[in-house]
Design a protein around this ligand. Structure first.
Ligand SMILES: [Zn+2]
Ligand SMILES: [Zn+2]
Length: 242
């Protein structure tokens, strides 16, 4: 009864106030409405990761036709067992992540989380995981932004995958300048010892979630901290892979 009421109420609201694309604001009506509430044009601007990428870190290959290990993973094997990347960090997804992080458009976290959840579900996690750990923000940046975009992206992921979120387990112990804009050789140094654990992770299998992965330094440092605490396995899930 309550569910029927909610459905008819939603239909009435949709009729008088048709939902709009969360990215460009264009009205979504009838058959053009689709999950995750992006219009067809914005969805067309989402570039899938494609078949040619590193099997471990998901780095896309520009001039290859199949997946294999990238040079970086061969040289220094990463501490995670795989990266689930929803799509390339460009086009609509780059715009959406920018609006979410820097323009307070928190409503974009849900569609981004749903796009990521579908990719993780399609990939499969090859065995059960225990919980999701979002990459944390330093309390100072969290206060300024008002939310942690990685945690907000993790919420729909948690519902879809049936995995709890441990949002306080991994914390930023040091305030660091944003990785973007730093030269490659300074990125690793910038994050050294930037994270700490605030609880037990011994034997845990975790899904580490972030919005984007570029050089992978943030993920690498989070993995180092988690493994020092005795984490058994880390898989990584990111919306955009550069
Ligand atoms: Zn749109
Ligand atoms: Zn790789």
């Amino acid at each position: 009864m309550w569910q029927e009421f909610c459905t008819s109420l939603k239909a009435s609201v949709d009729f008088f106030l048709p939902p709009a694309c969360l990215l460009c604001g264009q009205r979504l009506q009838g058959s053009t409405r689709q999950q995750p509430d992006f219009c067809e044009a914005c969805m067309a601007g989402v570039t899938p990761l494609g078949p040619a990428h590193c099997c471990l870190c998901a780095q896309p290959f520009a001039d290859a036709t199949s997946s294999h290990l990238c040079g970086a993973c061969l040289q220094l094997p990463p501490r995670f067992t795989r990266v689930h990347a929803a799509c390339r960090y460009r086009g609509s997804i780059k715009d959406a992540v920018h609006l979410l992080k820097h323009r307070n458009q928190l409503s974009l976290a849900k569609p981004l989380g749903l796009i990521l959840a579908k990719v993780v579900t399609d990939n499969g996690t090859a065995g059960p995981l225990d919980y999701i750990v979002p990459v944390p923000l330093h309390p100072h940046r969290l206060r300024r932004r008002g939310y942690n975009q990685a945690l907000e992206i993790a919420r729909p992921l948690s519902l879809q995958l049936g995995l709890p979120i441990e949002a306080r387990l991994l914390q930023r112990s040091r305030k660091t300048p944003p990785q973007q804009g730093l030269p490659a050789d300074q990125r690793s140094r910038n994050l050294r010892n930037a994270f700490r654990l605030a609880g037990q992770v011994t034997g845990a299998k975790v899904l580490l979630v972030d919005d984007i992965m570029t050089t992978g330094e943030t993920v690498r440092e989070c993995c180092r901290t988690l493994l020092q605490g005795g984490t058994e396995e880390i898989q990584v899930a990111v919306v955009g892979r550069a």
